[in-house]
Structure formats: C-alpha cells, structure tokens
Write a protein that binds this ligand. Sequence first.
Ligand SMILES: *[C@@H]1O[C@H](CO)[C@@H](O)[C@H](O)[C@H]1NC(C)=O
Ligand SMILES: *[C@@H]1O[C@H](CO)[C@@H](O)[C@H](O)[C@H]1NC(C)=O
Ligand SMILES: *[C@@H]1O[C@H](CO)[C@@H](O)[C@H](O)[C@H]1NC(C)=O
Ligand SMILES: *[C@@H]1O[C@H](CO)[C@@H](O)[C@H](O)[C@H]1NC(C)=O
Ligand SMILES: *[C@@H]1O[C@H](CO)[C@@H](O)[C@H](O)[C@H]1NC(C)=O
Length: 424
Amino acid sequence: MLPFQCCRRRHKSSDMAYLTTLISILLLFPSTTSQTLQNHSFDTFNSTSFNFLDVIPSASINGGALQVTPDSAGSEMVVTLNNNSGRIFFKTPFKLWDDSSSSQKLASFNTSFLINIFRVNNGTPGEGLAFIIAPSLTIPLNSSGGYLGLTNSTTDGNVTNRFIAVELDTVKQDFDINNNHIGLNINSVRSNLSVPLDFELAPNGTKFYVLWIEYDGDRRHIDVYMAEQPSRELPIVKKPVKPVLNSSLDLKEWVNRESYFGFSASTGNTVELNCILKWNISIEAFGEKGKSGKALAIGLGVGIPLFLILISAGLYYYYLIKKKKEEDNYGSNSQIMGTLKSLPGTPREFNYQELKKATNNFDEKFKLGEGGYGVVYRGILPKEKLEVAVKKFSRDKMKSTDDFLAELTIINRLRHKHLVKLQG
Ligand SMILES: *[C@@H]1O[C@H](CO)[C@@H](O)[C@H](O)[C@H]1NC(C)=O
Ligand SMILES: *[C@@H]1O[C@H](CO)[C@@H](O)[C@H](O)[C@H]1NC(C)=O
Ligand SMILES: *[C@@H]1O[C@H](CO)[C@@H](O)[C@H](O)[C@H]1NC(C)=O
Ligand SMILES: *[C@@H]1O[C@H](CO)[C@@H](O)[C@H](O)[C@H]1NC(C)=O
Ligand SMILES: *[C@@H]1O[C@H](CO)[C@@H](O)[C@H](O)[C@H]1NC(C)=O
C-alpha cells in the first residue's frame, strides 16, 4: 500500500478548508535523450558559405565548389598543385551522444554530397578525397600525398587521432588494394575496410558522383552508397539500393562526443582537383535546453508523447496562510514532507518562488498540457539550468492531500525510458 496511508486518519477534511491554494509541482527532467533532426543543405558554395564552413588551407571555396585541394596554381599561396592537403569542415561540431551516461543512444546521421575528382590535363590522378569526422578544426602538418590530409608519418594509426573517414583513393600505396577504391578508415590512412570500385573515380574527362553516407546510431552501422550523376545541374539521382561499402561501426569507441564533419583531401606527385559541389547533412540532435522543451510542447500538442511524459513532485504552498491555522497547515505540510522523504530517491523540495520564476509566473505560453489534477508548465530552473515540467495542482479538482500524495507516490515509482524522473 502507499506509504502515506498510515497517516490518513490524521487528516480531517476541515484541515483542507485552510488550504486556499494547494500547489504542487511536477518537475520533469529530460533524463532520456530527445531527438530532433538538424538539417543543413548546400546546393552551391560561395562567400556566404564561410559563415558555416571552416576552410583550412590549402583548401578554398571557388567556382561554386569546395576545393578541398587547390584548383589553380600560381598564386603566392599555391605555387603548384602538387603535394597539397586541405580540409573543410562544418564550423559547429555535432553532438554524437548524450552526456548522460545512462543513455546508450548514438546519433544517427545521413550525409550526401556531389563530387568531382578531376584529372588535370588527362594526367595520372592523385591522391584522394575523404569524408571525415574529426575532433578539431585542424589538419596535420605534412599530410599531403598518401596521407590524404588525414594523418602524417608520425600520427598515422594513433588512437588519439579520434577520427573516422570514408576515403576515395586514386593512388595505390603499398598497403592499398588498388588505385581506385573506397575505404573506411579509423585513425589511419590504412583502411580498415577497402572496396575496389568498378567505375573510375577520376576518369579522362569530367564525371560527377554522389555519395550517401548513412550512419545508424541504433544499429551502430555505416552504409555508403555511390552513384554517377549525369551533370552538376540535373536533380540528384536516386540513391542505389545496394551500398558500395558497409560496416558495423561504434562511433562512440573512436571519435569524440562532439565532432566536426567535413572533408579532407591531398595531392602528391600526381594531382587531381578534389571538388565538392553540393552537400547535405541530416543528423539527430540531442535535446539542448530549450530545444527539447519546444519539442516537448509540440509532442504534447500533437498528442504524441515524444520523449517525456510526466512526472511529478510536490511542494506545497499555502497561498493564504492564516496564522491561527498554522498548526493545521503544519500538520498537512509535514505529512507531505514526510511522504516526500519516505519516497525512494528522496525528491527534493522547491519553494514556490523558485518555480514561479522557472515558469515565468506560470505563463500561458509555457503551458504544456493539462492533466487530471491541474496544469503542467514547462520551466527552466535558472540556477541549475535545468529544464523541468512543473505541475500546478488545482484545489478544485483535487479532493484531498491524499489524492495529491497518491499521485506523487505513483509518479515517483514509474520508471520508463520515456518518462522523466520526479525531481521534487
Ligand atoms: C537516413 O535515411 C534513411 C533512409 O535511407 C532514413 O530511414 C533515416 O531516418 C535517415 N536518418 C536521418 C538521421 O536523417
Ligand atoms: C539535398 O536535399 C535536397 C532536399 O531534400 C535535395 O533536393 C537534394 O537533391 C539533396 N542533395 C544531395 C547532394 O543529396
Ligand atoms: C599518440 O599520440 C599521443 C598524443 O599525441 C602521444 O602522446 C603518443 O606517444 C602517441 N603514440 C604513439 C604510439 O606514437
Ligand atoms: C581499424 O584500424 C585501427 C587503426 O589501425 C585499429 O586500431 C582498429 O582496431 C581497427 N578496427 C577494426 C574494426 O578493424
Ligand atoms: C586520356 O586522354 C588522353 C587524351 O586526351 C589520352 O592520351 C590518354 O591515354 C587517356 N587516358 C586514359 C586512361 O584513357
């Protein structure tokens, strides 16, 4: 039975008459992860792209494309097209998993991009282009040639590199399968997995290809698809059914929680242009404070319990405390506090002012929904910077303190991944 029932007989209905307003608070902490999608789409690249992208020399933006290695020689910066490396990243990192250690959830993402690896003067191409997930907006020194801008002779293979890459390699090193392959690389230019391609990455003339890289954070699996695209202007072709490369991959093991997405490339004794012409990213975002609240409101609004459902807690505030009834009030209060203390996890006590502030004075705009005994508001505890749900019990609907305590006790017992915890 509920632990407070032992006290029930002490509670006379007359006591309740003095509780002009009984407010209790439900605190909802988004303890589970909440996903919304973050989307970015580049149909072309120009000077405004610098607002979103970090371009690390010898990379540049030119001709409506990301030139991950130089597309023209002769300037002071680039004396020759040979032996260059460069990287271009999306400026802000993506969070790949939640910081709450309880959650095993990894972000899923899809990225697709249109590329042109161009063989200069019908010469021999070199060296390659890669999609990379990296820990910082930097490039290793001396990462030209076979290092693809990914590593150098000192750092190659070091687990502290914290990157994974999907490489398109046009030069055969002694450890490579051939001079026209796709590979999955972890911390090294030596691919963990390589697949020879049955079409030429850098043929004579100009060919465009689309790559789709899909990472499933639940299955911890990566699929890479590739298809030829007839021209730069035509709509992007359909993704093939069969991936060209696929592998299980636990990103949590290899990269940082906050990682940068982008491209890396190099040239060596032989050169190619490594161009990205279009780029889309769609990635699951973990609820930032505020963002998840919005999603919660939407979720409840459309009647879909997206990630959180209620929870609760109690705190009592007597709107009008009549001095002479202090004793009675004290009786109810101590009953509630007694119950709170007896609950597993010992929910803490919040004062009314704190919650009033957290909900902007129970602002209508913060209203998430209405339950049996009252209204639920979204709130932010300023001190803790925590997003919570606050339930304001209404006296009309609740017949007694017991009803409240019963709800409190039940909510505190609920444990479910879509339910957030009772905080106090
Ligand atoms: C990625 O694409 C697949 C379909 O190919 C889709 O099922 C999945 O929801 C997408 N994931 C993201 C994060 O956009
Ligand atoms: C990016 O997404 C838009 C909108 O869905 C689509 O039209 C376009 O073809 C995509 N581009 C690439 C490179 O996948
Ligand atoms: C890997 O890199 C770290 C940090 O740069 C360095 O301390 C360590 O010695 C390197 N390990 C090897 C085997 O080179
Ligand atoms: C991939 O290669 C890295 C670096 O050589 C190595 O640490 C790792 O164990 C390899 N992983 C797999 C799955 O082969
Ligand atoms: C590429 O084209 C040039 C002439 O433009 C030709 O000399 C060369 O043999 C061709 N190379 C290949 C691999 O087809």
